[in-house]
Design a protein around this ligand. Structure first.
Ligand SMILES: *[C@@H]1O[C@H](CO)[C@@H](O)[C@H](O)[C@H]1NC(C)=O
Ligand SMILES: *[C@@H]1O[C@H](CO)[C@@H](O)[C@H](O)[C@H]1NC(C)=O
Ligand SMILES: *[C@@H]1O[C@H](CO)[C@@H](O)[C@H](O)[C@H]1NC(C)=O
Ligand SMILES: *[C@@H]1O[C@H](CO)[C@@H](O)[C@H](O)[C@H]1NC(C)=O
Ligand SMILES: *[C@@H]1O[C@H](CO)[C@@H](O)[C@H](O)[C@H]1NC(C)=O
Ligand SMILES: *[C@@H]1O[C@H](CO)[C@@H](O)[C@H](O)[C@H]1NC(C)=O
Ligand SMILES: *[C@@H]1O[C@H](CO)[C@@H](O)[C@H](O)[C@H]1NC(C)=O
Length: 357
């Protein structure tokens, strides 16, 4: 009892200093993928094949932060393919602001009608950058202008059921009848790797969604990186992205997995925050073993769980009763369910996740 509370204090102190040293990483700002600008002329499909062979896929873009990272990864000033193409039919609804899952059309029918598609709009709601509060802008603008205004001066158009249907919105209207733009839009563009990122950065002066021969997206580096579209067989430079994490679909003991990752990449993945846990979960879904090894094992000599990167455990996602301390124990993330952590014997063999850098 006494010993363990001392341990807890030590762990907390270590966690505090760890958070202070690397606290800027990584919940919202740091990303688990990086961009590569390829200065070769290829059609969109050739570019896609190239990126899938050498990296992960053609570039996807989550938000404006990604957009600046993308632009900074190229010196060139021309046009370049990104991993977005028009699938033709099936227009899907998206919230303008990311982090919010794509909605099902049925359950949000009301907002759809009251939001984007209402013609007689007298204003719109933007989300303020500092506090998560809504801000009613009583100016007449079309949806595209309203979105740019909000992204520039605030965060984005009000997005997601909590904002659109919440108490704060009701207070703003204060019983007055009015219709405003919401951050909801519909298109048939999809990311090459299947992500449902809703971020779009079209150059409204050049881009026309009705041009049905121009179904592949490019970034115009000499127009602030804004996007337009072109015929997919045109040859252009392009951007690939590379995932930081890679699932190795081979069954190995924990030690062999560790060696494999250290020899071929940087090492077994360390999960130091919920964002990394989120990415590990996505990878774990693709495993063919019931668990995937991560870089956490029990150090008998120290009597504590330690990441291979030498960090103590500050963030954790242990399953209830999943934690068993023992000299031959390491951690496997459940392939299914809540993707929680379970102690498993080192000599069991599972798929594993390496970190590339
Ligand atoms: C790509 O094409 C452009 C013009 O279309 C040309 O100027 C450039 O030299 C080509 N680059 C390569 C690497 O082939
Ligand atoms: C941007 O580059 C494209 C071709 O890459 C060129 O056609 C266009 O004139 C350039 N625009 C500006 C403003 O420089
Ligand atoms: C978009 O790309 C996917 C492959 O990523 C392909 O299956 C699909 O046919 C493309 N759509 C169009 C309209 O070219
Ligand atoms: C929105 O307004 C801008 C500026 O007036 C205009 O250039 C643009 O075409 C409008 N967009 C739509 C979809 O009407
Ligand atoms: C930001 O707000 C100012 C003042 O309301 C406005 O003049 C400006 O056009 C806005 N910026 C954008 C990009 O809409
Ligand atoms: C890994 O082991 C699981 C059973 O735990 C098995 O179903 C799967 O086929 C194995 N994968 C490989 C690549 O051997
Ligand atoms: C792992 O080691 C334990 C104890 O040393 C042993 O009982 C068990 O059979 C081993 N499991 C495998 C899969 O080798």
């Amino acid at each position: 009892m006494h010993r363990s509370s001392v341990d807890d204090v030590i762990t907390q102190l270590l966690c505090i200093s760890f958070v202070c040293i690397s606290g800027q990483c990584c919940f919202f700002t740091c990303r688990l993928y990086e961009y590569h600008f390829i200065e070769e002329n290829k059609s969109w499909y050739e570019a896609q094949r190239y990126c899938r062979e050498k990296y992960t896929d053609l570039a996807k873009v989550f938000d404006m932060t990604d957009m600046s990272r993308l632009r900074n990864s190229a010196q060139n000033q021309g046009e370049a393919w990104i991993g977005l193409n028009n699938t033709g039919g099936n227009r899907m609804w998206h919230w303008s602001l990311n982090h919010i899952t794509v909605i099902s059309e049925k359950s949000f029918r009301r907002q759809i009608i009251e939001g984007c598609y209402r013609v007689f709009s007298v204003g719109f709601t933007g989300m303020k950058k500092d506090k998560k509060t809504l801000h009613l802008i009583e100016t007449f603008m079309n949806w595209t202008q309203a979105q740019s205004y909000c992204r520039y001066n605030h965060t984005d158009l009000a997005s997601g059921p909590d904002q659109v249907d919440g108490e704060e919105m009701k207070t703003l209207f204060n019983g007055r009848p009015m219709s405003v733009w919401m951050g909801l839009f519909r298109d048939s563009w999809r990311w090459s790797d299947g992500s449902d990122f809703s971020f779009r950065y079209w150059d409204m002066q050049l881009f026309n969604d009705e041009q049905n021969t121009k179904t592949c997206a490019m970034t115009l580096l000499n127009r602030s990186g804004k996007w337009s579209s072109d015929e997919c067989d045109k040859k252009k430079h392009f951007f690939c992205y590379d995932d930081k994490l890679i699932l190795i679909k081979e069954n190995k003991t924990w030690k062999d997995a560790l060696n494999y990752c250290e020899n071929n990449y940087k090492g077994l993945v360390s999960i130091t925050n919920p964002e990394v846990q989120g990415w590990v979960q996505e990878k774990a879904k693709g495993a063919d073993s019931p668990y995937v090894w991560i870089g956490l094992s029990y150090k008998c000599t120290l009597g504590l769980w330690l990441w291979v990167s030498d960090y103590v455990v500050c963030y954790d996602k242990w399953a209830t009763e999943g934690k068993t301390e023992g000299c031959d124990m390491s951690v496997g993330v459940d392939r299914g369910g809540q993707h929680e952590w379970f102690s498993r014997r080192n000599n069991e063999t599972y798929n594993f996740i390496c970190s590339k850098w």
